[in-house]
Design a protein around this ligand. Structure first.
Ligand code: GLA
Length: 495
């Protein structure tokens, strides 16, 4: 136990690493947890070691105390979890390091992180940047690559967006998520880490393919993955992004949450970057990632945002995807051309759900007018996955120019019917079976506000179902969905 440890393996270039030092005192073992992002040293007490199990208390100052518990997996590796957190979540790993390795890690801590409150601008509404008149479509590196993303993979993804036909179906943003950041130089200019040798050249390459390049950072001093954030350098970073040719910024709250606790502060910090992006004169889509906190739909647009997260991160599991999409999708009243609720990126094709479930993921996101940001390795896709992602009739529901978010109109047990009005006067009607058994779902037109017969088309089967007088019913597989486009026949007022 006694000695120096680093928190999580220090593999990816650019990441900042917390260190933990345990020392033997007269009264037993004590320690210090050095948070590099916060530039804070938290005291460790009540250290208990018993038969390979460990627990200790950390005093986080004004944030109170926390207890960590875990086990040695080897003599030099300790797996611990924060008590109170979901114990099934990933453990935090402490790795023992030699004094020389510790010195090396400590030398990597940037001196120019700003970890105190900065002066925030007075709140005012920013003008619209005129972008994202339909929900943005593209690809993001996080779900598949996490911090291992590099220049070569981004180029490969750009090539695959073109060769697979995804670009021509509308997926045009190639977004680098967390893990590209290096260090600031003495002038404060942020440079990419060694995985991204030349960001401007990468942007030129992506642009040459008829695509757009996105990037990621945090309004805090460090990002969620432990990389240098934009706190206090907003204007400078926006200028750097524009100079590189960046077209999209995802701005992820992360460590800003340990400095700023109130809604006005959060709004002001997002406004600061929104204004800085607009001041560059380059059209840059602005994606707010703060997990739906503080009713973001009410102010996301005011800070220049084009999309704002409505929930926690989506995982590649039915339970997670359905809770984000069916429940935590944000208030549809705030979604409209230029600004969208974002239930997070797609997991379609990552392997944790069935084809039926992935089809439901796509149906649901399209009904929600959600951003369609792919999260799979599109260089290698099965034909089933391609068919889901490239279904233009379904994409057209998401991208409909009216920009209305669909809503649930009936719910019986695990069967749900949702509707989304469309620009040409027709309506998208989705039947969802959230249960584990195949079931019949019927919709009666009058129950969902239709006044007469409807010409009906099934968008997954690509089949006209003819004119339906009173409604439509069909079997829907377990966790499956059916997506219809209905057009009132006869009187235009029939919808
Ligand atoms: C947060 C975000 C994710 C991803 C990671 C990167 O968890 O919600 O989408 O950007 O950070 O560290």
């Amino acid at each position: 136990m006694v000695g120096a440890w680093i928190v999580q393996p220090r593999s990816p270039p650019g990441a900042l690493i917390d260190t933990v030092i345990f020392t033997q005192g007269k009264g037993g073992v004590t320690g210090v947890w050095n948070s590099q992002g916060q530039q804070a040293a938290y005291k460790i007490s009540s250290v208990k070691v018993h038969e390979g199990s460990v627990s200790f208390k950390v005093s986080y100052g004004t944030f109170g105390n926390g207890v960590w518990r875990g086990k040695f997996s080897t003599q030099d590796e300790l797996r611990i979890t924060f008590v109170g957190e979901d114990a099934s979540g990933p453990a935090t790993i402490l790795q023992r390091v030699s004094p020389a390795e510790l010195a090396e890690v400590q030398a990597e801590v940037p001196k120019n992180l700003i970890t105190h409150k900065i002066q925030l601008p007075a709140l005012h509404d920013l003008p619209s940047n005129g972008l994202s008149l339909t929900p943005p479509m593209g690809w993001n590196s996080w779900n598949k690559f996490a911090p291992t993303i590099d220049d070569e993979a981004v180029r490969g993804i750009a090539d695959a967006l073109v060769s697979s036909g995804l670009r021509d179906a509308g997926y045009i943003y190639v977004n680098i998520d967390d893990g590209w950041q290096g260090r600031r130089d003495q002038e404060g200019v942020l440079h990419p880490n060694s995985k991204f040798p030349d960001m401007k050249a990468l942007a030129d390459y992506v642009h040459s393919k008829g695509l757009k390049l996105g990037i990621y950072n945090s309004p805090g001093p460090v990002s969620c993955g432990g990389y240098v954030g934009s706190h206090g350098y907003e204007t400078q970073d926006a200028t750097t992004f524009a100079r590189w040719g960046i077209d999209f910024l995802k701005y992820d709250w992360c460590s800003a949450g340990s400095i700023y606790k109130t809604q006005p502060e959060m709004q002001a910090l997002y406004q600061k970057m929104g204004a800085a992006l607009q001041a560059t004169g380059r059209p840059i889509v602005y994606s707010l990632c703060q997990y739906g906190l503080f009713d973001v739909g009410t102010w996301g647009r005011k800070v220049g945002g084009n999309l704002w997260r409505s929930s926690e991160d989506v995982a590649d599991k039915w339970a997670s995807m359905s809770s984000n999409g069916f429940e935590n999708h944000g208030n549809g009243d705030y979604a409209a051309p230029g600004g969208w609720n974002d239930p997070d990126m797609l997991e379609i094709g990552n392997g944790g759900m069935t084809v039926q479930e992935y089809r439901t993921h796509m149906t649901l996101w399209s009904m929600l007018a959600a951003p369609l940001i792919l999260g799979n390795d599109i260089r290698h896709m099965s034909s089933d996955i391609k068919e889901i992602l490239l279904n233009r009739e379904v994409i057209a529901i998401d991208q409909d120019s009216l920009g209305r978010q669909g809503r649930r109109v009936t719910r019986k047990g695990s069967s749900e019917v949702w509707v989304k009005p469309l620009a040409d006067g027709s309506t998208a009607v989705a039947l969802f079976n959230r249960g584990g058994k195949d079931t019949e779902i019927s919709v009666v037109w009058s129950d969902i506000g239709f006044k007469g017969a409807q010409k009906t088309r099934d968008l997954w089967q690509h089949a006209d179902l003819g004119e339906r007088t009173h409604g439509y019913g069909t079997f829907v597989p377990a966790h499956g969905s059916v997506l219809l486009r209905t057009t009132a026949s006869g009187e235009p007022g029939n919808r």
